[in-house]
Design a protein around this ligand. Structure first.
Ligand code: 4AD
Ligand code: MG
Length: 436
């Protein structure tokens, strides 16, 4: 019976075209009830949920008795006729003439109503939930569209290392690992390696995991996240901001075209996303951001870094993503070029997502002068010896260049309208969580 069967995607058979036809589907039991001699079984697959009616007249007493007590999440296979049924999810049901249990499930640990720590301990099972499944589909599209953007615009994809010898984004968030008889660190950013690669390939990008030993638990920080980074020779800050906004607009457009169903299931309001498909995005300087915040009564002074709370207030001023540029150099990394018009400022930019979300991209023009870079490295308390190879890049044909990094989970969080970043990744890592 199982041989030579065409297994349909559940989504595909939920259609008038299949009425009266025999279909075979397989999946996991999502819900079931037995009324009289009939079992009503909702079967969940990767594309959707379908109701299957198992009648003892057609399938026998035995299977209906088994289904009466079967645990949720048991895996099953079934074939039968597709019938229109407005009361069933999706509007159709299968009237089974054959039904098999593949794998039993006894006492599935998630019944509904459990607390967050319990659900995180059972994440390997919780990822079967509707919500997390739909989010993973959105993430798939974000990654696909991101890659497509770079391929279409003639950027080279490269593969930088994850095991590294030094910090890019500050020593405080480095994860040390034993590396033979030395200590290495998990990469915080591929940037320095991408900078080395522009001297041959000019426009490069990479998708890697980045690691940050963030001490505090917040809604938008993970210890391990997916980082999409771009770097290009001859690009100034404005050129790079155009790439950043085009990339985000391209991804949002792709999601609106391909993931309507997911956004609907998640209950996402589409208004702001629809606003976000057309670059350019607004630009404000750090100075202006401080003024706006002070006018709104936020207790902040020029020179202070913008945290999640400050960013949230600023996002209320915009109905699409927006840039903040020209930050005080003290709150930005050593590699950023200083503004030739005011050396207190760094030529850095952040792209913030609206609706309270905040930073999704950080980027800058890079310091391309050997001596200035050396001074910045010393000023920020690093050992120039650790950055010898990076400094070399300024000795042999240095060029103006710029780049940025996009946090994939931050972008998914905004697009899917999530209230916590942990749901933008199947197995989140943050302080206090490494299992499962
Ligand atoms: O702003 P960040 O620290 O910039 C860099 O790493 C640059 N070296 C990138 C570059 O220019 N190539 O990080 C870039 C982005 C942030 O805007 C944010 O979206 C994300 O990475 N990010 C995190 N996402 C999740 N959890 C964390 N702990 C993150 N830290 C940064
Ligand atoms: Mg940043």
């Amino acid at each position: 019976m199982v041989e030579n069967v065409v297994w349909y995607h559940i989504e595909d058979v939920l259609s008038d075209d299949f009425i009266g036809k025999k279909v075979c589907v397989r999946g996991w039991i999502y819900r079931r009830s037995v009324v009289g001699g009939k079992a009503f079984v909702r079967v969940r697959g990767s594309t959707g949920i379908i109701q299957v009616v198992v009648d003892r007249e057609k399938c026998g007493e035995e299977i209906v008795r088994i289904l009466k007590d079967i645990g949720l999440e048991a895996s099953v296979m079934t074939c039968g006729e597709l019938v229109k049924q407005p009361r069933a999810p999706g509007g159709y049901e299968v009237h089974a003439d054959w039904f098999r249990i593949v794998g039993y499930s006894r006492d599935f640990p998630i019944k509904g109503g459990e607390g967050i720590d319990y659900l995180l301990d059972n994440r390997h099972l919780w990822i079967r939930s509707r919500k997390l499944t739909e989010i993973m589909k959105i993430k798939h599209s974000v990654l696909k569209a991101g890659r497509e953007y770079f391929v279409e615009n003639d950027w080279w994809e490269v593969t930088p290392p994850i095991l590294t010898a030094s910090a890019v984004e500050g020593g405080a968030t480095l994860f040390p690992v034993k590396y033979f008889d030395k200590t290495a660190y998990l990469s915080q950013s591929a940037q320095l390696y991408l900078e080395a690669l522009i001297y041959s390939l000019e426009k490069v990008w990479s998708l890697t995991t980045s690691f940050r030993a963030e001490k505090s638990r917040t809604r938008r920080h993970l210890a391990e996240y997916w980082h999409l980074e771009a770097e290009a020779a001859w690009y100034n800050m404005e050129d790079m901001m155009r790439v950043a906004e085009e990339l985000v607009a391209y991804i949002v457009q792709y999601i609106l075209e391909h993931n309507k169903r997911q956004l609907e299931i998640l209950g996402r309001d589409l208004k702001i996303l629809k606003n976000s498909v057309e670059p350019p995005y607004p630009r404000i300087r750090y100075d202006e951001a401080i003024e706006i915040l002070q006018k709104k009564g936020v207790n902040i002074e020029w020179g202070d870094d913008l945290g999640a709370d400050e960013e949230r207030v600023l996002t209320m001023e915009f109905d699409k993503p927006f840039f903040i540029t020209h930050f005080p150099k003290e709150i930005k990394s050593f590699y950023m070029k200083l503004d030739p018009e005011n050396e207190k400022l760094a030529l850095g930019f952040d792209l913030l997502a609206p609706e309270g979300y905040g930073e999704i991209i950080g980027g800058s023009e890079r310091e391309d002068d050997y001596n200035k870079l050396l001074n910045r490295i010393i000023e920020q308390g690093y050992d120039p010896e650790d950055y010898k190879w990076y400094l070399d890049l300024r000795k042999y044909g240095s060029v103006p260049h710029s780049g940025f990094g996009l946090g994939i989970e931050r972008l998914v969080m905004w697009i899917a309208g999530l209230d916590h970043i942990r749901d933008a990744t199947p197995f989140p890592r943050f302080r206090g969580r490494i299992y499962p």
